[in-house]
Structure formats: structure tokens, C-alpha cells
Ligand binder design. Structure first.
Ligand code: MEV
Length: 313
């Protein structure tokens, strides 16, 4: 049996703006999606998290598994093989919440499947195939989700180009991720933002330019380790996301609760309208955090450097 794991991501800055070619910064964090593959007569994908088990070339495959069919076609065409498999996909990353669950899952699947067919899973190939598969679910993905899941680390991403940032995350710094519990479709929110851009191009293009300047400033502050300024930039970024219409009452409530608990900055992460909100703390009172967010799922995550990799059994 071959198993591969890929990390979740938190977009620290620049989501949505990145779809139109502006830069974004994201970090891989220590929550994982994993795929284990063994030989079979058929082509089965079993998702533990979604509670689904399907023959992916069958006619009744649910839309949430279509990207697996695409990915399997890409890998099998490359291999020139029809060897059957049974892939079990499991994940601790919340679904449709902004932490890249779908990208991490597909990246782990492709990495494991390439190995199953006898390839050394080169990261650039995994990333390219995952991007093709992501298009099935997301329509117009920027590619940031699959890139972070593939390469890991804290990345500055612009138009498919990546720069690995050398960030010395202080041990005292905590990244708290709160799930609003509201599931939403990245594809339709991205579409609505692009429609808003079309409706008000001169106003929106200025907001996009500000977002670019903000992300570039954040890159400098991250590398210098100036986390106080970074917090201010996180809050400004939240304001920009609200301006383009992807915040919500639930998100704002969590953003302000995190700030009142002492977060140096807090914003939504991912597509918005629900999903997750993150806060950065230099001094976290965990008991108070638990109490304030007792009705939510909260993750205390750590940035990690490693992207997709085999899990040695
Ligand atoms: C989704 O995780 C991030 C968005 O910027 C979409 C994308 O970059 O493809 C909203």
C-alpha cells in the first residue's frame, strides 16, 4: 500500500485579488489530507470525510468526486496503464471552509497514484496535474491552493510563480483558526467577485492595486519578523475583503471577537462568506479562547515547511 499526505493551507494575504494576477501569501499548516492506494479490479475512490465510495469511471459519480476522475485520467494516460486501484482518502481539514481541503486531497491522491504507477512523484508534475483537476471544481482557480499543498512552506504566489519566504515564526506566536461552520462554494463566490469587478472596473482595479501593495508590504514585514505591523496589515486586508463583498456577519463577529481577545490581526481566509477566520496572537490565553468560541470548531495551527510526501508505513 502507498500513502501520501498533503498539508492544509491558510491564505494569510491576498485571496480573491490573486485570481486576477495580484500576489498572495499563504502558509502550509499542520492539518493533513491523506490518500492510501492499493491494487484492485476496479477504479475506486473512497472518501472517508465525505462518506462516499465510488467507481470513478462509472456513470453515477457525485460532482464532489469528479476531480479524482480527471486526476486519474491524467496519471493513467501518462503511465499508459489501466491497472486498477482502490484509493482511500481521509482528511482532518474542514471541507469547503477555506483551508484548501479539496486541493490538499487531490494533491495527496495524485502523489500516491503517480507512485502507484511506478513514477517518482516530481512536485512540479503533481502541482500541474492538481491544478488541472482543481479546475473541475473551482472553474477559475488561481492555483495557490494546490501550490501550497504541494510545496509546503510560506509562499509568495503570483501568476503561478512562487517564492519561498524565509519566515522565522516565533515560538510565542499562535495562529488560531475559527471555522464559522458555514459551508460555501469557492467557485460561485469567485464568480460573484469577478462580476463585481466587471460592474465597477475603475473602483475595483484601485482596490486590487491596494491589495498588491499590501501583500508586498506584508512580504517585507514577514521576512523582517515585524509581526506588529503584520497584524495591522492583516486587519487592513480584512477591510478590503469586506469591500469586495466576501465578508459576512458571522465572519465579522469572529474577526472582532479574536481582536478583543488580543489578536494582533484577524481576517477571513479563503473564499469567504463563511469558511474560516484566522487570528494571530503573540500572547494567547487558551482558556479564554476556548470559552469565547465554545460553540465553534477552533484549530491551533503551526506553519510547516514540508509539502506533500509519502507516509512511511
Ligand atoms: C480560495 O482558497 C482562494 C481564492 O483566492 C480562489 C483562488 O485563488 O483560486 C478565493
Amino acid at each position: 500500500m502507498i500513502c501520501s499526505r498533503a498539508p492544509a493551507k491558510v491564505i494569510l494575504f491576498g485571496e480573491h485579488f490573486v485570481v486576477k494576477g495580484k500576489p498572495a501569501i499563504a502558509t502550509a499548516v499542520d492539518l493533513y489530507a491523506e490518500t492510501c492506494i492499493e491494487e484492485s479490479e476496479d477504479y475506486i475512490v473512497e472518501s472517508k470525510q465525505l462518506g462516499l465510495k465510488f467507481s470513478i469511471f462509472g456513470t453515477s459519480i457525485p460532482p464532489s468526486l469528479l476531480q479524482f476522475r480527471k486526476a486519474a485520467e491524467l496519471v493513467m494516460n501518462l503511465a499508459g496503464s489501466t491497472r486498477g486501484f482502490h484509493a482511500v482518502v481521509d482528511s482532518e481539514i474542514p471541507v469547503a471552509a477555506g483551508m484548501g481541503s479539496s486541493a490538499s486531497t487531490i494533491v495527496s491522491f495524485i502523489h500516491a497514484l503517480l507512485s502507484f504507477y511506478g513514477f517518482k512523484p516530481e512536485l512540479s508534475l503533481v502541482n500541474k496535474m492538481a491544478f488541472e483537476a482543481e479546475k473541475i471544481v473551482h472553474g477559475k482557480p488561481s492555483g495557490i491552493d494546490n501550490t501550497v499543498a504541494t510545496y509546503g512552506g510560506t509562499l509568495y504566489y503570483k501568476k503561478g510563480q512562487i517564492e519561498r519566504l524565509d519566515v522565522k515564526w516565533p515560538r510565542s506566536l499562535s495562529i488560531v483558526v475559527v471555522d464559522t461552520g458555514v459551508k460555501r462554494s469557492t467557485k460561485s463566490i469567485v464568480r460573484e467577485v469577478l462580476d463585481l469587478y466587471e460592474a465597477h472596473p475603475s473602483i475595483m482595479s484601485k482596490l486590487y492595486d491596494v491589495a498588491e501593495e499590501l501583500v508586498n508590504e506584508a512580504r517585507r514585514r514577514l521576512v523582517e519578523g515585524d509581526f506588529t505591523s503584520l497584524g495591522q496589515l492583516i486587519n487592513i486586508n480584512q477591510g478590503l475583503l469586506s469591500a469586495i463583498g466576501v465578508s459576512s456577519r458571522e465572519i465579522e463577529e469572529i474577526v472582532y471577537r479574536l481582536r478583543s481577545l488580543g489578536a494582533i490581526g484577524s481576517k477571513l481566509s479563503g473564499a469567504g462568506r463563511g469558511g474560516v477566520v484566522y487570528g494571530v496572537f503573540t500572547d494567547l490565553n487558551k482558556d479564554l479562547l476556548k470559552k469565547v468560541f465554545r460553540n465553534y470548531t477552533v484549530y491551533l495551527v503551526k506553519p510547516i515547511n514540508e509539502g506533500v510526501h509519502h507516509r512511511i508505513l
